[in-house]
Design a binder for this molecule. Structure first.
Ligand code: AKG
Ligand code: FE2
Length: 300
């Protein structure tokens, strides 16, 4: 699909190239043993208090027998290992890199699906963004099971091949074409924003839990508002990588600035230390401006 053979060949790790291949071919892939299971257990433990307090969701999309928690970096220190997972970020860049200067965190959300919950309506997460579809990817999501996933307990269902151009050209939805992979905590399920999917029905007696970490093009409005979720006094305790993903970087040209400056300045100083606005342009934009002024110069 969107992937060129050259860029796959350039990936330093053949296993990563194979994930990129699978994503391009099927719209989803599984990275087994992406993190140690113990880390996922500790993340799950840290989320227990929040799940204990938060009421059930409202609305037919979220589902009334599900619970959701946002702002995962504030709920558990272990969430950073998921968000800043180096190999996953490399894969994300393969799909989103051609369309933006850098990617951003779109979603950090933990989802609990109660016994008896019906299947979620199949959907494409890219449809939250109102732009042309079928030519590019807007986002890539990673589902990290916090409890084992199996087809009967609400495991995420996916429709292989429903992505890319099939998202606009594909025919009717066939329930029997969905797959619901078995997953163990520590593994990661990656899927494109254009891939049809949804949580399955939970016909078991136990709650199914997962963390969803989503990445989107750096110039889009993200699902979770990062500057409200992680204001500067909070984000200054983040690692530089996490702070960048959470919006503390300008997206060239000049997007997401604060008083004309990179918002990362707010992580080390206050607004009173701001100086005059400074352009942050892509090379081709700088060249366009230069060319204009060159042409204006009166010869002699
Ligand atoms: O919980 C899941 O398995 C998927 C949830 C989902 O796709 C969503 O809420 O957008
Ligand atoms: Fe979704």
């Amino acid at each position: 699909m969107f992937q060129t053979q050259a860029s796959i060949a350039n990936m330093r790790d053949r296993a990563l190239a194979s994930y990129v291949d699978q994503l391009a071919r099927d719209g989803w892939c599984i990275m087994p043993d992406a993190l140690p299971a113990e880390r996922i257990t500790r993340l799950d433990d840290d989320l227990a208090e929040g799940f204990g307090k938060v009421p059930y969701c409202h609305g037919p999309f979220y589902g009334e027998t599900t619970k959701r928690l946002g702002r995962l970096p504030l709920r558990s220190v272990h969430s950073e290992a998921l968000i800043c997972h180096e190999r996953i970020l490399e894969i994300v860049h393969q799909f989103l890199g051609p369309w933006c200067d850098h990617v951003q965190l779109n979603t950090t959300q933990a989802i609990a699906i109660d016994p008896g919950a019906p299947a979620q309506a199949p959907h494409r997460d890219q449809d939250m963004f109102h732009g042309p579809k079928g030519e590019m990817e807007y986002l890539l999501n990673v589902i990290w099971p916090l409890t084992p996933f199996h087809p009967d307990n609400g495991a995420t269902r996916l429709w292989p091949g429903s992505h890319g151009r099939a998202a606009i050209e594909g025919g009717a939805l066939h329930e029997e074409q969905a797959v619901a992979p078995r997953l163990a905590p520590g593994s990661a399920l990656l899927f494109l924003g254009s891939t049809l999917h949804g949580a399955g029905a939970n016909r078991s007696g136990a709650v199914r839990r997962a963390a969803v970490i989503g990445y989107s093009l750096g110039w889009l409005k993200p699902y979770e508002n990062p500057w409200l979720a992680y204001p500067p006094l909070v984000a200054r305790h983040f690692s530089p990588e996490l702070a960048k993903l959470a919006g503390y970087i300008q997206h060239r040209p000049n997007l997401g600035n604060f008083e004309g400056q990179c918002p990362s300045k707010l992580l080390t100083g206050g607004p009173e230390l701001m100086t005059s606005p400074r352009d942050a342009l892509l090379p081709e934009q700088a060249e366009m401006v230069e060319a204009y002024f060159r042409a204006q110069r009166v010869p002699g």
